[in-house]
Design a protein around this ligand. Sequence first.
Ligand code: ADP
Ligand code: NA
Length: 320
Amino acid sequence: MTRLSAITPSDRAHLGNHLGAVRHWARDGHPGDLYFVSDLHAMTVSYNPARLRATTRELLAVLVASGIAPDRLFVQSDLIRELGALTWLLECACAFGEASRMTQFKQKSDGQAMVRLSLLTYPVLMAADILLLGADEVPVGADQRQHVELARDLARRFNTTYGEVFAIPRAVMPRTAARVRDLSDPTRKMSKSAQDSTGTVFVLDDPDLVRRKIRKAKTDALGRVEHDPAGQPAVSNLLEILAACRGTDPRTEAAGFSEYGPLKEAVAEAVVEELRPIRTRALELLSDPAELDAIRKAGADRAADRAAHRLSSALRLAGV
Ligand code: ADP
Ligand code: NA
């Protein structure tokens, strides 16, 4: 059983990625799990090449430093030849109308000066990611379920038209983990793409910067410390972050505080301690290119080995 998850290096890894996903990937991963840094997916909108390369490397270092086994990790672009070939086969099995119906395309293309064709076809690349590696399960949020459905349809259609080659993947609910909200605007989730990054704590932020961001976090006007996500979203977010770091419950944490100052100090220290070992190890890896390169190369070779037979069968069945 293979379960495939990805993280896109559209910007640097943040506390939401860590508490919501990466920490759980490292702690409760299955032996068959695979993780990749989806740098090709970051190219569907305007981006800076040097920055993409740096962010991809940093994200790989953070994933390794977080405790994900290096042999379950790879960088998507290291398989660009395999993925490019399979994407073409799948595009030839995909109807234009089918690709045009993806609701995420409509949201993401809205207001863009130039809509890249790759933004339309990116779900087909995602299908190639899934099918190339023979993933059985793909943990995705609601916004990506439609894409996994497309991967299923393309796999079935290819198998029926040309011959059995692909496993049929299933979308599964990601393990429920903390939802971290933006520190300056708790109405939205903490995100890499937030315009103003003062509300985003990055995994590799210097401890003093983490403390400053948390001290400046928005609070509510009520002056109480209670876990009430609807009535007090900002304070509840801080309590949830604290509870996630300490492995406790936000309501229990709320009982220990009556003022915002001490709450923020406690959150800042808990986050600094939570991120400290990851930051230390990631910076070590980033300062030693040879070690990180070796990890990356081994991951790429393993993923390519895994893909080779399936890709050559698909090419042969499709007549090329
Ligand atoms: P982003 O939304 O910042 O672009 P990704 O879409 O690459 O992040 O998500 C990588 C993983 O991190 C996903 O499993 C996603 O659910 C998780 N994640 C992202 N942001 C948050 C958040 N604010 N709180 C909890 N989990 C998050
Ligand atoms: Na309280």
